[in-house]
Design a protein around this ligand. Structure first.
Ligand SMILES: Cc1cc2nc3c(=O)[nH]c(=O)nc-3n(C[C@H](O)[C@H](O)[C@H](O)COP(=O)(O)OP(=O)(O)OC[C@H]3O[C@@H](n4cnc5c(N)ncnc54)[C@H](O)[C@@H]3O)c2cc1C
Length: 399
């Protein structure tokens, strides 16, 4: 196969736009195809970008904008449902702080930068099939149209269609038994700038921090036997969701104070929280996966967007430096798989501790002082993940 010159990217989320920017920088011409008929910028809530994600986003030229748009998070405080603190960690002081940023702001920033760099976004194109030929790959869309390029990059999220096209027997995303919600209120007295508060409540997990606009951002994970997709959850009246959240967190401090101040219209349901088991195949022929389509760790890792950005940049480096898609995809998988699978496995374990019930909660509180002295050291907890750096100029080789 000859050097890759053109790429179709399926999906205009964080992974799709970072891949587009990185490919442009690598001298490859990408086009982004998105299922929605307009930029999907109405996705609610803030997400956390870790230092490793900020580094990857710096490679595609948006590092300074993150300082402007995101608020720094330098410390994490863990409490039980009664407000009693059982853990506190300073983030690594020699690294830039994590940043809380509105997902909509990040997606818009990346898209506008990509468009300014000459990337074309095409909306209303839901990929349904792809045909691999010796000279290229043709994607077919639900509206009957098609497009061709040298390679096809599936950045189409945790419920990826491209993943199924690569491997029809690929495992599907697994429901964690929890639904996710987020929102923002004006109640700054329950928090202080730069601190992420995490609480193992009586019947749910609750997090809050001062957001980029000075208000308190919060998220809640509550257990539910029934997985509900985000689209379905958004059709339920927000009043019903808010009442349910208030019931679940009725005994939790400070969740109940925060939720008392919340307005129904500010509650954003994320739907079922899912994680993706390791995939047997990341690529086949001229198709390859990136972002949540390839690796979607539990949100408890705070790493989904950061790993998606890392992978998108590394894929572009591999396509820049290696002759042909097969060599590039193989090197990309070799480079990325061990790291993302380790982080996902650690997050899956942490996920199980999110709604531990009264006995486990008490145990966690009692064991916390010992754990703080041993395993819960910031360098040990965050070092291997947060210190990852990408050297864009370093040439990728097949070894
Ligand atoms: C509740 C929650 C909280 C989170 N918090 C954090 C956090 O704090 N920090 C963090 O780093 N990560 C967090 N994450 C994870 C993070 O949001 C994701 O890892 C990241 O957004 C992945 O981006 P993506 O581009 O791979 O996928 P997506 O954002 O899902 O984008 C996929 C895009 O593909 C499009 N698409 C889908 N199918 C097709 C198709 N067939 N054809 C064309 N287009 C298609 C979709 O419309 C969408 O625009 C969280 C996730 C959840 C659910």
């Amino acid at each position: 196969m000859t050097q890759v010159r053109t790429a179709m990217i399926i999906g205009s989320g964080i992974a799709g736009s970072v891949a587009a920017l990185a490919l442009r920088r690598a001298g490859i011409e990408p086009t982004v195809f998105e299922a929605y008929d307009r930029p999907p910028d109405d996705v609610g809530g803030e997400l956390m970008l870790a230092p490793n994600g900020i580094d990857a986003l710096g490679v595609v030229g948006v590092g300074d904008d993150l300082h402007r748009l995101g608020s720094p998070i330098r410390r994490t405080v863990m409490t039980d449902g009664r407000g009693r603190q059982f853990g506190e960690f300073e983030h690594l002081p020699d690294l830039p702080p994590s940043r809380a940023i509105r997902r909509a702001d990040l997606q818009r920033l990346l898209r506008e930068r990509a468009e300014a760099a000459g990337v074309r976004y095409v909306y209303g194109r839901r990929v349904v099939a792809a045909t691999d030929t010796p000279d290229g790959i043709t994607a077919s869309f639900a509206d009957g149209s098609s497009a061709t390029a040298d390679v096809l990059i599936g950045a189409d999220g945790i419920r990826s269609t491209v993943r199924r096209l690569i491997d029809p027997s690929a495992p599907k995303a697994r429901y964690t038994g929890m639904l996710g919600f987020g929102g923002a209120v004006q109640a700054p007295q329950v928090s202080e700038p730069g601190v992420m508060h995490l609480a193992n409540g009586h019947d749910g997990f609750f997090g809050h921090w001062i957001g980029s606009d000075g208000g308190v951002n919060w998220f809640s994970n509550i257990t539910s036997d029934k997985p509900i997709a985000m689209s379905e959850a958004r059709r339920v009246s927000p009043d019903l969701w808010l009442n349910r959240l208030r019931r679940v967190h009725a005994r939790d401090v400070p969740a109940r104070e925060v939720l008392d101040r919340a307005e129904p219209q500010d509650v954003f349901p994320f739907g079922a929280i899912e994680i993706l088991p390791p995939l047997p195949m990341w690529y086949r022929g001229r198709m390859v996966l990136v972002g949540d389509a390839a690796h979607a760790p539990s949100p408890v890792s705070g790493q989904g967007a950061s790993l998606a950005s890392e992978s998108a940049v590394q894929l572009a480096r591999c396509l820049r430096d290696l002759p042909g898609a097969q060599a590039a995809f193989a090197a990309y998988e070799r480079m990325r798989r061990p790291r993302v699978e380790k982080i996902a496995a650690d997050a899956a374990r942490a996920n199980q501790a999110k709604a531990p019930g009264p006995v486990a909660s008490t145990l966690m509180r009692l064991l916390a002082p010992v754990a703080r002295r041993t395993v819960l050291k910031p360098e040990r907890m965050f070092g291997p993940v947060h210190r990852h750096r990408i050297d864009w100029d370093l040439r990728v080789t097949t070894t």
